[in-house]
Design a binder for this molecule. Structure first.
Ligand code: SAM
Length: 230
């Protein structure tokens, strides 16, 4: 008999498209979202005690990249997209069963709702389970990973004066740390590693309900050009 799983909730996230989402959680602390639980988990009882916990594991479905035929080897963007590795050696989104996992900060709890930050999940992501982070068991002081040894190097993010004013105004309207969110996400350098950015090429993504546009005046420097209501 096949196993089946069903979501316990769906995430309302600042990230409306995949481009420029950090590759792991915690890299953009200003990335926030609300996990809205579905019945019967929206009653409040299911969250009893969770207020004693600072971080939670989310197990979720990579719902935008589900594939019928799983790949055995993948090309992680972090390695420039030109080196392939066994799928189980990576955190690639294309994987058997399409299951992702992220440790995120738990900021606030209400019956049926969790306010989260440091997320790396797309808007609408179906969440399969929530588990409390257990520091003594989940943090392995002696662990190593020679494929992803440290967080990606950050690049500089500058602003056109007009873009900074736009971001400030939109952040106030949204009541969200929008300038920090843009800087934290763009500093990760979202473009594919194999693509040498030409200064005239424009890039963009949607955060909350605003469209952010930028370019690379130099390969390792971003300049934010505009932040407008989408
Ligand atoms: N921390 C998780 C893990 O290790 O399982 C996710 C790592 S995966 C490399 C992170 C990327 O997944 C993000 O940059 C984003 O582009 C993508 N992503 C996030 N939510 C997604 C979703 N619901 N469907 C498809 N891709 C998603």
């Amino acid at each position: 008999m096949p196993y089946s799983v069903s979501p316990i909730g769906f995430l309302r996230s600042c990230f409306k498209e995949k481009f420029a989402i950090p590759r792991q959680p915690q890299l953009a602390p200003a990335a926030r979202g609300v996990l809205e639980l579905v019945a019967p988990f929206d009653q409040g009882e299911a969250l009893d005690g969770l207020e004693q916990v600072s971080h939670v594991w989310l197990l979720f479905l990579f719902h935008q990249t589900l594939v019928a035929k799983p790949r055995l080897k993948v090309r992680p963007p972090r390695l420039g997209g030109n080196k392939s590795l066994g799928v189980f050696a990576t955190r690639a989104t294309h994987r058997p069963n399409g299951i992702g996992q992220s440790v995120v900060k738990l900021d606030k709890i209400e019956a049926g709702r969790l306010w989260l930050s440091g997320i790396d999940l797309l808007d609408g992501t179906p969440v399969l389970d929530i588990k409390p982070y257990v520091p003594y068991a989940d943090c392995v002081a002696t662990a190593h990973n020679h494929i992803a040894a440290s967080a990606p190097a950050l690049i500089a993010v500058d602003w056109l004066d007009t873009a900074l004013l736009q971001a400030r105004a939109q952040g106030l309207r949204l009541q969200e740390p929008l300038i920090e969110l843009i800087e934290q996400c763009l500093a990760q350098d979202p473009r594919p590693a194999y693509q040498l950015p030409q200064p005239e090429r424009r890039y963009g993504t949607r955060l909350w309900d605003v469209e952010v546009r930028w370019h690379y005046p130099e390969p390792s420097r971003i300049c934010v050009l505009e932040v407008l209501l989408a």
